[in-house]
Design a protein around this ligand. Structure first.
Ligand code: C2E
Ligand code: CA
Ligand code: CA
Length: 685
């Protein structure tokens, strides 16, 4: 018998609802049936005549009711089946009904009390069992020959098999309908729907249990102790059910975080999609941790795992109760029954919650997450498509870091576009379609033009000049960054050699991608390039972001050491935007911090930015590092930087990235004296 929550506790309303009425009627009829059968039947005689039969069947009924078998419905929801039906039907076939009712009522009350049901629910449940059993006994008496409704019949023989089966069927069906009626009234779901729900599942399992009822009755008649033999296979079923639940649990849950797996996500999602009325929802919210690979690389897998667990805990604490959280590798997917508005609210909360630093042992990590969302039905009608589109949204170039991105159909276009660009980028590397431009850097103190940063452009045959933001990421992800960087380094040092021959002494900065810093062949490549162009190593600075420095600490340390031995300088680029702990500043022998332009551009108006710039300069100087402020767009900023003691400045106010001959012209002009006064006065070079 499948047991479902029939009546939940509700605040008592004074006006009787239809549900109250049904509960009242069922209860009154149940009590009446119980009283009548006890009054009309010689139950005491039966009990005295064969106490062991009633004791063993009653006990079996009680145990079965208290130890339901967990049955998975295949989607991580669990139903419980009690095998008590077998003994209930056996008891009511043997008769008298009163004893069967008493045993059943006791078992139900014991079972419900253990499940901490409300009194109202227990009473209703017991009463509806009494009614179902009374109906079953009526059917039994009608089908069996020479058996009255109130008869006691211990003389169980094969001729009662059919009546017992019929009685069992009536019992199960009546029970199912009564419960469905209460559930329907309580939840407002139409009766037919509730009754149809799980009807197949419930009736087929019940059929098996009913078919065992004549066996139980027959055996207890022959020798009650034989019943114990019947209990053994039931015990086996119990154990194997528990076992298969465990196995399924493992397939559907990630052992690390306890979250759902992709399989579970599919199953639940498919079901939600099938159930939903197609107006809004469900939604898929995919959470991606930025720089997770770097965390894994630099702190090791155990820390990576700890981060995943921490994030899982935070997500679980944030999502509503009806959401399902799953882990897909280093991403998390949340299945939300709600539509766009719900997903939007949740995403905002998630971004906030995940932004807090994670304390893992003695490591403090800044986490940052990106979120992509797809909502059914507008972004897809099946799980496959929704998941794909949520990750398209995650990689949408229009994505803003501080916001969740919803899927846009034209973002797919962007993906195609990127693929095309990638194939063209291969050609670009082969044909050296790259142009290097140079952005001047001045000494804040003297106003002299002391260096330049080499910035790459892609001179595309049909698109014209493509800016680096469009293709650096592609180059990094495809491995093309290595040959591309070799080209840029070669061009930059070639230009520097020509400028030096023209009498200009300056430093050259070249950007390095994260992956280069752990590439053990990089120092050799740099050494070759330097000697090819006859450039002293101290004139070259390699700019790396914090992420680059934090990738694979062991090899980064070796590469940085080798480069420093060569005499090359290392600068931390975009300083302040990384989300790493700053311990590397102590560990690594670096030379320069480039304060990110996002802090510099508006430092004249934004006190927060100004404070960051000031304290970075102090920190850098305390550590013996050179400070370059980039993004200097006006004279005020430059003046401020001079007051704060920044060593170098770079930015549009001083000069935009420019071709080699323009830089040379600028150097020629500035050779006559620093352009300092002009810049200070607000003019441009
Ligand atoms: P980055 O290394 O931070 O380079 C500075 C960027 O800021 C340059 O953009 C530059 O044009 C811009 N910039 C300079 N002064 C100002 C200013 O006053 N105001 C504003 N708003 N922007 C200014 P660009 O050239 O588009 O380069 C973008 C990024 O592309 C670079 O950022 C760097 O990360 C990457 N990149 C450029 N060339 C290379 C390269 O050869 N190799 C690698 N790996 N990355 C490169
Ligand atoms: Ca740079
Ligand atoms: Ca930068």
């Amino acid at each position: 018998m499948l047991r479902r929550t029939a009546v939940a506790a509700r605040a008592p309303a004074w006006r009787a609802s239809p549900l109250d009425l049904v509960v009242a009627v069922v209860t009154v009829l149940g009590v009446l049936a119980l009283v009548v059968s006890f009054a009309a039947e010689p139950w005491w005689d039966s009990l005295r005549a064969e106490p062991e039969v009633y004791a063993v069947l009653g006990l079996a009924l009680l145990v079965a009711e208290l130890r339901p078998i967990p049955i998975s419905r295949g989607d991580d929801t669990v139903d419980h089946i009690t095998i008590s039906t077998t003994f209930t039907v056996a008891l009511l076939a043997i008769g008298p009904l009163s004893l069967a009712l008493a045993a059943q009522v006791l078992a139900v009350v014991a079972g419900d009390l253990r499940g901490s049901s409300t009194a109202r629910k227990v009473v209703f449940n017991a009463a509806q069992y009494v009614l179902s059993m009374t109906a079953a006994r009526l059917a039994f008496a009608a089908v069996a020959e020479d058996v009255g409704f109130h008869d006691r019949h211990l003389d169980y023989g094969t001729r009662f098999v059919l009546p017992t089966l019929v009685a069992g069927a009536v019992f199960v069906v009546t029970n199912h309908l009564l419960v469905a009626c209460a559930v329907s009234l309580e939840t407002g779901v139409p009766f037919r729907e509730v009754a149809a729900q799980d009807a197949m599942f419930s009736l087929t399992t019940s059929a098996v249990l009913i078919s065992l009822a004549p066996v139980a009755a027959f055996v207890s008649e022959a020798s009650v102790w034989m019943l114990l033999l019947l209990l053994l296979p039931m015990l086996a079923v119990h154990r194997s059910a528990a076992h298969s639940m465990l196995r399924e649990q493992m397939a559907l849950h990630d052992p690390l975080t306890g979250l759902g797996t992709r399989v579970l996500l599919r199953m639940r999602g498919d079901r939600l999609l099938a159930d939903s009325d197609a107006s809004a929802g469900p939604s898929i919210v995919v959470v991606d941790l930025d720089h997770f690979d770097d965390i894994n690389d630099s702190y090791g897998l155990p820390t990576g795992d700890a981060v995943l667990v921490e994030v899982a805990i935070r997500i679980r604490a944030t999502v509503p109760d009806d959401a399902l959280v799953c882990r897909l590798g280093d991403q998390f997917a949340i299945l939300l029954p709600a539509g766009r508005a719900g997903a939007d609210g949740l995403s905002a909360n998630l971004l906030r919650v995940l932004d807090a630093p994670a304390e893992l042992g003695d490591v403090r990590l800044m986490l940052q997450a990106s979120i992509g969302v797809a909502v059914a039905p507008e972004h897809g009608q099946d799980m496959e498509v929704l998941l794909k589109n949520a990750s398209v949204a995650l990689h949408d170039p229009a994505r803003r870091r501080d916001r969740a991105t919803f899927y846009r159909p034209d973002a797919d276009q962007g993906t195609l576009e990127r693929l095309r660009l990638l194939s063209e980028l291969r050609t670009a590397v082969d044909e050296r379609q790259f142009v290097v431009v140079f952005q001047p850097q001045i000494s804040v103190e003297t106003g002299h033009l002391v260096g330049a940063e080499a910035l790459v452009r892609w001179n595309h045959p049909t698109r014209g000049m493509v800016p680096p933001d469009v293709f650096i990421g592609l180059a990094e992800n495809s491995g093309l960054i290595t040959p591309m960087t070799a080209v840029v380094l070669d061009e930059a040092l070639g230009a520097l050699a020509r400028l030096r021959r023209a009498g200009h002494e300056l430093r050259m900065a070249v950007n390095m991608s994260a992956r280069h810093m752990s590439d053990l062949t990089l120092p050799q490549l740099v050494r070759d390039a330097l000697s090819r162009h006859g450039i002293p190593a101290h004139l070259l600075t390699l700019e790396v972001t914090e992420t680059g420095i934090l990738s694979e600490p062991a090899s980064v340390d070796a590469v940085v050491r080798d480069l420093r031995e060569l005499g090359v300088s290392i600068a931390v680029d975009d300083y302040g935007t990384g989300h790493a702990s700053l311990s590397y500043l102590k560990r690594l022998d670096i030379d320069e911090l480039k304060i990110d332009k996002s802090f510099v551009i508006d430092m004249g108006n934004d006190t927060g930015d100004a404070i960051i710039v000031r304290s970075t300069i102090e920190l850098g100087h305390d550590l013996g590092l050179r400070i370059v402020a980039e993004g200097v767009e006006d004279a005020e900023t430059l003046a401020m930087l001079a007051r704060l003691g920044s060593d170098y400045a770079q930015g549009w106010h001083i000069g935009r990235p420019m071709p080699e001959h323009d830089l040379r012209a600028m150097l020629d002009r500035w050779g006559e004296g620093p352009g300092w006064s002009r810049l200070r006065a607000g003019g441009r070079d």
